[in-house]
Design a binder for this molecule. Structure first.
Ligand code: HEM
Length: 193
């Protein structure tokens, strides 16, 4: 889901796509990315983080207090269901300027210092934060770099892309996107890795 929304957003923002391709061409010299290359791909990471802000794959999560607790002036009785709507939180203008805009620059180096600690929660937070966080970010960046290095994905016309929240944020029936080679075979920088 993280990558579906990433490609959907990239296809609709040619400026972001061009910058992503430029970074991949510059850093990978035509080869397939390996984990060691990720440090050279900061923009690729910014794109994934910004896509997960607008379309958090885990749209929310829940907690149940084991005793009565006061949160922000509200008394929450023991046993209540408390839900955190990550999707709404990530689009709150108090924390993200022009929240509806897809702008990977928000996640340029130092974003953690510019953003309130619990404003960005694609992997949850606190003691039960996702234990797959680092692994998921690594594979998302590697897959995006591996594919986007050679392919462009465009949005097939005539689709109403409306997000649906069913534990994860998805579009019913998926999103159809044909692939286009970025290079003619003769000009491919390297053979398939
Ligand atoms: C983009 C990918 C992923 C997203 C968006 C994601 C999101 C989340 C979120 C929001 C939570 C917290 C749920 C809560 O607080 O109630 C969570 C927990 C968890 N995630 Fe992930 N996750 C991802 C990938 C992974 C991967 C790859 C693994 C394992 C390799 C994983 C394993 C777990 C586990 C075990 C927990 C429960 C941790 C606990 O309760 O102590 N996740 N994930």
């Amino acid at each position: 889901m993280a990558l579906t929304w990433t490609w959907y957003l990239v296809s609709r923002h040619p400026d972001v796509e061009a910058r992503l391709h430029a970074e991949l061409d510059r850093a990978l010299h035509g080869g397939s990315p390996a984990a060691a290359d990720l440090v050279q791909l900061p923009y690729t990471e910014m794109v994934v983080r910004e896509a997960m802000r607008l379309y958090p794959p885990a749209a929310g999560f829940a907690r149940e207090p084991i005793e009565d607790v006061t949160i922000g002036g509200y008394t929450v009785p023991k046993g209540s269901l408390v839900t955190v709507n990550t999707y709404a939180l990530h689009r709150d203008p108090r924390f993200f300027e022009e929240p509806e805009r897809f702008n990977p620059e928000r996640f340029a180096a130092g974003w953690e210092d510019r953003t309130p600690r619990y404003a960005s929660l694609p992997f949850g937070g606190g003691p039960r934060v996702c234990i797959g966080n680092g692994f998921a970010m690594m594979e998302a960046r590697l897959i995006l770099a591996t594919v986007a290095r050679r392919w462009r994905l465009t949005l097939e016309p005539g689709q109403a892309v409306v997000p649906m929240q069913l534990v994860t944020t998805r579009r019913r029936d998926g999103i159809r996107m044909p692939l286009h080679r970025r290079y003619e075979r003769d000009h491919e920088p390297v053979a398939l890795g």
